[in-house]
Write a protein that binds this ligand. Structure first.
Ligand SMILES: [Zn+2]
Length: 103
């Protein structure tokens, strides 16, 4: 490395750090915008699925993660929490209770 041939001055180090900080801040800003957009899309999708009765919702009893799964033939309902990898069996379903015939 070229930098090893000579020690950087404090001013240079500071300048370098400042540049890195700006880069990181810019990346963070970009990521924040991206995440906000993704969140929005996700919310719209979930609402639509929910409205259409096509959303399977479960809350993980271990970590509280909300697992939303679209109910389509080719999408399996997960048995494990994607966040903590523990079984979702003991969690209670937050969708409408399964149809029971009550008389
Ligand atoms: Zn979990």
């Amino acid at each position: 490395m070229v930098r090893e041939s000579r020690k950087m001055t404090m001013r240079e180090v500071q300048k370098e750090l400042e540049g890195m900080k700006n880069d990181i801040q810019q990346s963070m800003q970009f990521l924040n915008v991206l995440f906000a957009e993704m969140d929005k899309c996700n919310m719209v999708l979930i609402r639509l699925l929910e409205k259409g009765g096509l959303l399977h919702q479960k809350t993980c009893a271990h970590c509280g993660f909300n697992v939303n799964t679209p109910m389509f033939d080719d999408i399996p309902i997960p048995e494990e929490c994607p966040a903590c990898q523990k079984s979702l069996d003991e969690t209670k379903q937050t969708t409408l209770p399964e149809e029971k015939e009550e008389e």
